[in-house]
Design a protein. Structure first.
Length: 239
C-alpha cells in the first residue's frame, strides 16, 4: 500500500500581526501589570559568531519598535558576548555564581569570582601497594605504592557520578586526582607516596581553588548541572 500525502500550501505566517495582537490583548487585561515587559531569549548567545542571534535581535527590535514597555533580551552569555542586546535590564543566572556561560572558558577568564564552594573532608587514609585496585568495578589500578584518601562526598550529595579518573580535587594547596568510581557517599583520591595529608583535612570539590567548569569537563557535563544538583542532605551555609 502506498499513501500519498499532498502538502498543503499555506500563506506566510504574519509574525508581526500575531505579536501585536497578543500585546494588545494583554494591554486590555486589568489583571496584567503595566507596563508590559518585552522579552526574548537567545538559544546560542554563548556563540559570538552565531549569525542567527543577529537575526533574532533584529526581529525583536523590529517587532517592538513602536511598543511601550521595558525590554530584556540578555541572559548571562549575552551579557558578555552581545552588548547590543542589553536592553533596559538583563537576566544574569550563571554569572551570579561567578561561572562562565561561554563555551570553553572559565569564569576567571571573564573576570568572574566563584561564589559557591562545595567542600568536605578526608575521612580515611590507607597505604596500598602497586597493582591494587580501587572502587566498584576495579576500573583503576595503581602502578606504584601510594596513599589513598577517602573523601566524604558522593553522587548522593550531588557530586557527578560520571567524573572520570583524574578529576581534580583540591587538597592542602594542590590538586589530587580522583581514582576509582564515584560512590553514593564517598570518593577516593590518590594522595601520593610522600603526602602529609591527614584525616580531617579539608577537601574542595569546586570553588575559588578549583573551577566548577573544570570539574564539569571531566564529568562530561556543564557547570549548570553541577551547581543545581547539590542534594538536600548537604549542609548549606550562606556567608
Amino acid at each position: 500500500m502506498v499513501v500519498l500525502i499532498q502538502r498543503e500550501t499555506r500563506a506566510p505566517i504574519d509574525r508581526h500581526g500575531i505579536f501585536t495582537s497578543a500585546y494588545n490583548r494583554l494591554q486590555q487585561l486589568t489583571v496584567v501589570a503595566k507596563p508590559i515587559g518585552l522579552m526574548t531569549h537567545f538559544a546560542n548567545a554563548d556563540r559570538p559568531d552565531w549569525t542567527d542571534t543577529v537575526d533574532q535581535l533584529k526581529c525583536f527590535n523590529e517587532h517592538t519598535a513602536k511598543l511601550q514597555g521595558p525590554r530584556t533580551l540578555a541572559n548571562s552569555a549575552a551579557i558578555l558576548a552581545w552588548p547590543e542586546a542589553h536592553g533596559d535590564w538583563v537576566r544574569p543566572g550563571l554569572l551570579m555564581f561567578g561561572c562562565s556561560p561561554m563555551q570553553h572558558m572559565s569564569g576567571s577568564e571573564n573576570g568572574l569570582k566563584p561564589v559557591m564552594t562545595l567542600e568536605s573532608e578526608v575521612i580515611s587514609i590507607r597505604q596500598i601497594q602497586a597493582g591494587e585496585t580501587i572502587g566498584y568495578g576495579s576500573n583503576w589500578r595503581t602502578e606504584r605504592d601510594t596513599r589513598i584518601g577517602v573523601v566524604a562526598i558522593g553522587y548522593g550529595d550531588g557530586y557527578p557520578r560520571h567524573a572520570k579518573n583524574g578529576t581534580p580535587i583540591w587538597l592542602n594547596g594542590r590538586n589530587v586526582p580522583l581514582v576509582g568510581r564515584v560512590s553514593m557517599d564517598m570518593i577516593t583520591v590518590d594522595l601520593g607516596t610522600d603526602s602529609k595529608d591527614a584525616i580531617g583535612d579539608r577537601a574542595v570539590l569546586w570553588g575559588p581553588q578549583l573551577a566548577v567548569e573544570t570539574v564539569a569537563t571531566y564529568a562530561d557535563t556543564i557547570a549548570y548541572e553541577l551547581l543545581c544538583g547539590i542534594s538536600r542532605r548537604v549542609d548549606f551555609r550562606h556567608i
